[in-house]
Design a protein around this ligand. Structure first.
Ligand code: NAP
Length: 183
């Protein structure tokens, strides 16, 4: 059985996802959604696993990294010195998925999430094991230098929330897309 995983992303109306190695917006409701989804409900004593590129890992403020109660797998070809029980390093997407999948099969981990950034989304969205995209859609165009790949031909919208208004005035919507391979 091949590893399966889901992608979590927030993108704007132009598929923009960030600028200068940071998010291009501050949307607290998306942060809460991301935390709840990737951390799980905490009822099971099993980890979820988040796979991310080295630059995304480094963009997380010190106080919040590694992301707590999740196994953080950092993709890097240069190596990364991070001595923490919740961190592993992998030098390829296949290696990261193999590490993660072993833990799922051993019953030690639940779900595997790919959480970016741009270079990792581009690679992992093309994997057969990519089942769902959890998209937070921001209904504006922000100044971005990193973009999510176009995905409408490969995925089908299966759920969406109403358009919501953030307390800081931003309009956004939660959407769930399923891989066409699964349908
Ligand atoms: N809106 C969102 O939901 C969201 C989520 C996450 C990130 N972002 C944004 O995305 C942007 C960062 O994207 P990015 O593409 O510049 O950086 P990235 O994907 O986070 O990290 C790139 C690094 O990952 C490593 N890497 C990439 N492909 C690899 C592979 N196949 N095998 C092993 N290692 C690999 C390399 O690290 P080494 O150089 O160490 O070899 C590479 O420099 C930022 O603006 C960030 O804010 C947005």
């Amino acid at each position: 059985m091949k590893p399966t995983f889901d992608i979590v992303v927030a993108h704007d109306a132009n598929l923009g996802i960030g600028i200068n190695n940071k998010l291009a917006w501050h949307l607290p409701e998306d942060m809460s959604f991301f935390k709840q989804l990737t951390m799980g409900d905490g009822l099971e004593k099993k980890y979820n696993i988040v796979i991310m590129g080295r630059k995304t890992y480094e963009s997380i403020p010190d106080a919040f990294r590694p992301l707590s109660n999740r196994l953080n797998i950092i993709l890097t070809q240069l190596g990364y010195d991070e001595d923490h029980e919740d961190v592993r390093v992998a030098s390829s997407v296949d290696e990261a998925l193999l590490q993660a999948w072993k833990l799922v099969q051993l019953g030690e981990a639940n779900n595997i999430y790919c959480i970016g950034g741009k270079s990792i989304y581009e690679k992992m969205i093309a994997y057969e094991g990519c089942r769902y995209l959890y998209v937070t859609y921001l209904d504006s165009v922000y100044n971005c230098d990193a973009f999510f790949p176009s995905y409408e031909d490969m995925f089908t919208l299966v759920e969406r929330s109403d358009m919501k208004k953030s307390k800081n005035g931003m309009s956004y919507q939660f959407k769930l897309f399923q891989s066409n391979i699964l349908t």
